[in-house]
Design a protein around this ligand. Structure first.
Ligand code: FES
Length: 125
């Protein structure tokens, strides 16, 4: 039912864990299942542009949520904030080779928590 990519990211999640002194935090709960995801960001500056220097996540959720968190962390790392903000919920699911329809809400959790972290960062400035 899950793609190979989902299973691979679930078994070997990238950028999982907490972060000391993050520049921003985003937290989203999934109203469908009650699972929670937290994203931590370190924002750097390169050629005058802010970019995602580091990202970590803690996901209390299902295999699809963990794989989606791992995938979005890879998709956004190193990107400028502007580029990273363009990554949508669908991009995450597509990059994972698709998700079963019942599990799409799990990939939304990852994208939403990430966007929430960026909002948190912008709000601080
Ligand atoms: Fe809760 Fe997937 S079932 S995030």
């Amino acid at each position: 039912m899950y793609s190979k990519k989902v299973m691979e990211h679930f078994r070997n999640p990238r950028n999982m864990g907490g972060m000391k002194n993050p520049d921003a935090i985003g937290e989203i709960g999934n109203p469908v299942c009650g699972d929670v995801m937290k994203v931590y960001l370190k924002i750097g500056k390169r050629n005058g542009k802010e970019f995602i220097e580091d990202i970590k996540f803690q996901t209390f959720g299902c295999a699809a949520a963990i794989a989606s968190s791992s995938m979005i962390s890879e998709l956004v790392k190193g990107k400028t904030l502007k580029e990273a903000m363009k990554i949508t919920r669908d991009d995450v699911a597509d990059a994972l080779g698709g998700l079963p329809p019942l599990k799409l809400h799990c990939s939304n959790l990852a994208a939403d928590a990430f966007h929430e972290a960026i909002k948190n960062y912008k709000g601080k400035k």
